[in-house]
Design a protein around this ligand. Structure first.
Ligand SMILES: [Fe+2]
Length: 357
């Protein structure tokens, strides 16, 4: 695993020998009678941006030679920004005989989000040559948009932006990036999309799946095609089912799954032109054979979709836990997609029409 995560949210691939503690559990332990020793393994440059009160600082490269400073009879919780380096540190400590040691799942970022908002969140500058992915959750709609940029040549794309474009424009401005494209993974039925406004404000072209009935000026993405961001390629997989025009984007080991694969479930097929059989084929033929380590960045999170409050996953985790992809046959999947979904939103027809014109 790289020293610096290639994008900000890495959740564990199961199974792992590393014990994890969730942010909420950690907060309870910190307030309990025997609080754990907290160890921050990030470099000083990151630590300046945010850290947990009462912790100790041992950068990961120094950990092995500073073991004597850590007690072996107290629980230790190691953390970093998002969890990957803390898991590395826990592996090392276990190799050196430490027993009561675990990693903070989701890192200080997740801790800030779910356990203590007074801890600041920050956006890490990546090592040279890595794409930066920034996730924009929208609490009003449960939608997730993504800004993906190449910090070397300053080109970026936005995936599934919402109608309020100011946060994206601010992020682009802060990073000094140029928006080279807006991608809609599909015609959204649950929220007004931001592609028109972003095109108007930046001139960036709009990319949609080749089967999209969009009537505005756009460029089509066909199966197997590659879109470029700076020096990097974004592979297009047509994944119809949630809608007929749905595309999934793949950048290296990261999948932007739109509503084809959500965390714990998949997108419903009864709004617009969805089709359970097509979705079954897209999942089984295009998605699920990819490596378990593949990161899953979906277009939705949250209770509105009866899903856990988790924003990012891996294919391995979804194969182990996702109720939609664990179904054993096409027939079971078809039944799952047709029964038990919430009522259709009253205004979805109007939203689809607005998003297509
Ligand atoms: Fe959708």
């Amino acid at each position: 695993m790289s020293e610096t995560p290639s994008h900000p949210y890495r959740h564990p691939i199961v199974p792992s020998r590393v014990s994890l503690v969730s942010p909420v559990e950690l907060r309870l332990h910190l307030e309990g009678p025997v609080p754990p020793i907290l160890v921050d393994v990030r470099p000083s440059t990151e630590r300046k941006l945010a850290h947990l009160p009462g912790d100790r600082h041992i950068p990961l490269p120094e950990l092995d030679r500073r073991l004597a400073s850590l007690p072996r009879d107290r629980p230790i919780v190691v953390y970093c920004q998002f969890g990957a380096r803390a898991r590395q540190a826990v592996e090392l400590l276990m190799d050196r005989g430490f027993i009561h040691v675990s990693a903070l799942e989701g890192g200080v970022d997740e801790y800030s989000r779910v356990a203590d908002p007074s801890v600041p969140r920050y956006w890490l500058t990546p090592t040279a040559g890595e794409l930066v992915i920034r996730q924009f959750p929208r609490s009003d709609s449960g939608c997730l948009a993504y800004l993906v940029g190449d910090p070397v040549d300053g080109q970026a794309i936005l995936i599934d932006p919402g109608i309020e474009v100011a946060p994206y424009l601010q992020a682009l401005s802060e990073a000094r990036w140029t928006l080279s494209g807006v991608v809609e993974t599909h015609t959204h039925a649950d929220h007004l999309a931001g592609h028109h406004e972003l095109h108007r404000r930046t001139g960036a072209p709009i990319f949609v799946g080749a089967r999209s009935p969009a009537e505005y000026s756009h460029r089509q993405l066909a199966d197997g095609e590659a879109l470029t961001i700076g020096r990097d390629e974004v592979m297009v997989l047509e994944t119809p089912g949630h809608t007929k025009d749905h595309v999934t984007l793949r950048i290296g080991e990261t999948l932007f799954t739109g509503d084809t694969l959500l965390i714990g479930s998949c997108g419903r097929t009864d709004l617009g032109d969805g089709d359970p059989d097509l979705l079954y084929e897209s999942l089984t033929e295009k998605i699920l054979h990819l490596p378990d380590e593949t990161e899953v960045l979906p277009a939705h999170y949250g209770r509105r979709h009866a899903l856990p409050d988790r924003y990012v996953s891996t294919l391995g985790f979804e194969k182990a836990t996702n109720e939609a992809v664990r179904l054993r046959s096409r027939e079971e999947f078809r039944a799952y997609m047709t029964d038990g979904w919430p009522p259709k939103p009253a205004d979805f027809d109007r939203i689809v029409a607005a998003n297509l014109h």
